[in-house]
Design a protein around this ligand. Structure first.
Ligand code: HEC
Length: 116
């Protein structure tokens, strides 16, 4: 027992704890406002390319709140992340985190889309 490697370990654990404390509040929060703007752009441009520029429907069905009322937030988040197999609706989990998708789902259910 010449040197004491255990002490160094202790520092690492404390550093890790501090790191966790500082990052956890952000991990499950809604996306930062910058990201929210990006997501909104994605919604009208990428999603809109199939669901219509005003989300009233095109190749894909309308994404207006009344059209999605039969789903809950989790169901819509799941559709966005995983797509609808066997249809043109692609999975977005490569591009979007779960928080991103949940934010979009909430946005679709609650926010009036842009007028035509
Ligand atoms: C390549 C075309 C395409 C793109 C891009 C696309 N979708 Fe879809 N989406 C579809 C189609 C087609 C359906 C209908 C699938 C079916 O028949 O159930 C659909 C279904 C959905 C549904 C379920 C609607 C319902 O009433 O069942 C949601 C929610 C949805 N899409 C959200 C999104 C979002 C959010 C995006 C962008 C992140 C997106 N979609 C991008 C084609 C697309």
């Amino acid at each position: 027992m010449g040197s004491r490697p255990g002490k160094r370990h202790g520092y690492l654990i404390i550093l890790l704890l501090i790191f966790t404390l500082f990052t956890t509040p952000f991990a499950s929060a809604e996306p930062a406002s910058e990201r929210q703007k990006e997501l909104e752009t994605l919604l009208y441009q990428d999603c809109g390319s199939c669901h219509g520029m005003t989300l009233r429907g095109g190749l894909g069905p309308s994404l207006l709140p009344e059209a999605l009322a039969r789903y809950n937030l989790d169901a819509i988040t799941g559709i966005i992340l995983h797509g609808v197999p066997g249809t043109a609706m692609p999975p977005w989990s490569d591009l979007l985190t779960e928080d991103d998708a949940a934010w979009l789902a909430d946005h679709l259910l609650s926010v009036k889309p842009a007028s035509p």
